[in-house]
Design a protein around this ligand. Structure first.
Ligand code: OGA
Ligand code: NI
Length: 357
């Protein structure tokens, strides 16, 4: 009996078009978004232009070191940047978003075939973060599944809508390749790392979790969030989206900044595993997603990490008497165990790895 109430839920999409949001979506006042930021019709003065990195320059020996400097500066200051000229055709990016939208538009019974509260399941459809446990709900439905290598995972993906496996597959493959180049650049950018290629195999064979987010238009976007403040656990997240709505926190000032988007660009966010590997030199990005009254927003987050069981600690070249080791080793697999045992807003996995000074 309990199982039934746990496995069924009301999706955010089913609430679209209502006049008010249900109580369970209403955030405590201090966690509510500043919806002035949401005014994407004008170029709001609070919009932060995040660094734009031309990836074609990373692959040219003449401009590589300058590009590595740009990556270092972006990772040091903010932990977020955009890439352009990344080699992925716009059609691949757009097709992936369009087929994701088609998935969410399927009848509920079709999507519910993938409903699961077990974070270890290879494919999961759900709403909010964890509809059984969340204190305040996120105005969001999601589909999550693994992707690298495609041959190992794509048989688990939805067959409906037709073309899903092919289109998501092309996107996932391209974004994974991009990630290998970017992670290599991030590691090279860490001053003191002597041998930047020793992680190449782990990066190539790393885990890739595709997170498709569907944020319906929301009648009270000042009271709710599509996703509450969090960091992503992996090394980096590469985000492809249809509308503005992503915000990041500047930890120096504690202020939230909306991210403006460039046509064809992809947003790169540093995750906890990079913070750990860099021994705290780079910090993972605190971010959230706002919603808006007019439009549905879709995003695809590709969350990369080293292989799921691979224990990751600080790169030892970065540890010395001035910079003592600051994190214990952890893995993506242990992170999954942690989040299935702890609720959102409880202790973060990375905090359990921090070594007190
Ligand atoms: C995520 C995420 C932000 C967005 O999926 O982890 O932070 O803009 N998404 O959808
Ligand atoms: Ni995220």
């Amino acid at each position: 009996m309990e199982k039934d109430t746990k496995s069924c839920f009301t999706s955010a999409m089913q609430l679209e078009g209502g006049k008010n949001i249900p109580q369970r979506y209403i955030l405590p006042p201090l966690q509510r978004p500043n919806i002035n930021n949401n005014d994407f019709s004008s170029s709001s003065s609070s919009t932060t232009i995040i660094p734009v990195i031309d990836l074609s320059l990373l692959n040219d020996p003449l401009t590589r070191s300058q590009t590595i400097n740009e990556i270092r500066s972006a990772c040091d200051k903010l932990g977020i940047f955009q890439v352009i000229n990344h080699g992925m055709p716009i059609s691949v990016m757009e097709d992936a978003l369009a087929i994701s939208k088609e998935f969410f538009q399927l009848p509920s019974e079709e999507k519910m075939k993938f409903a699961s509260g077990n974070v270890h399941d290879p494919v999961r459809y759900g709403t909010s973060m964890n509809h059984v446990r969340d204190n305040v709900f996120c105005w969001r439905d999601f589909l999550k599944h693994y992707a690298n290598p495609i041959s190992e995972w794509s048989h688990t993906w939805p067959l409906n809508p037709p073309g899903y496996r092919q289109k998501l597959g092309s996107y996932a493959k391209a974004v994974h390749l991009l990630q290998t180049q970017l992670m290599r650049g991030v590691i090279e950018s860490l001053a003191g790392v002597k041998n930047a290629d020793y992680l190449d195999d782990d990066i190539k064979q790393g885990s890739q979790l595709m997170v498709l987010n569907y944020y319906p238009s929301c009648p009270e976007p000042d009271l709710a969030l599509g996703m509450q403040a969090h960091t992503d656990f992996g090394t980096m997240t590469i985000l492809n989206r249809t509308e503005p709505g992503l915000e990041f926190m500047d930890v120096m000032t504690g202020t939230w900044h909306p991210v403006s988007s460039i046509q064809g660009g992809l947003v790169v966010l540093l995750g906890d595993q990079t913070e750990i590997m860099s021994n705290g030199k780079y910090k993972s990005l605190i971010h959230r997603a706002t919603v808006n009254m007019e439009r549905t927003r879709l995003s695809i987050a590709s969350i990369h990490s080293l292989p799921i069981q691979k224990k990751v600690g600080p790169i030892l070249d970065l540890v010395n008497s001035q910079h003592p080791i600051a994190y214990k080793e952890g893995s993506f697999g242990e992170f999954l165990d942690h989040i299935s045992a702890n609720s959102l807003g409880g202790t973060k996995y990375i905090d359990t790895l921090k070594i007190p000074r």
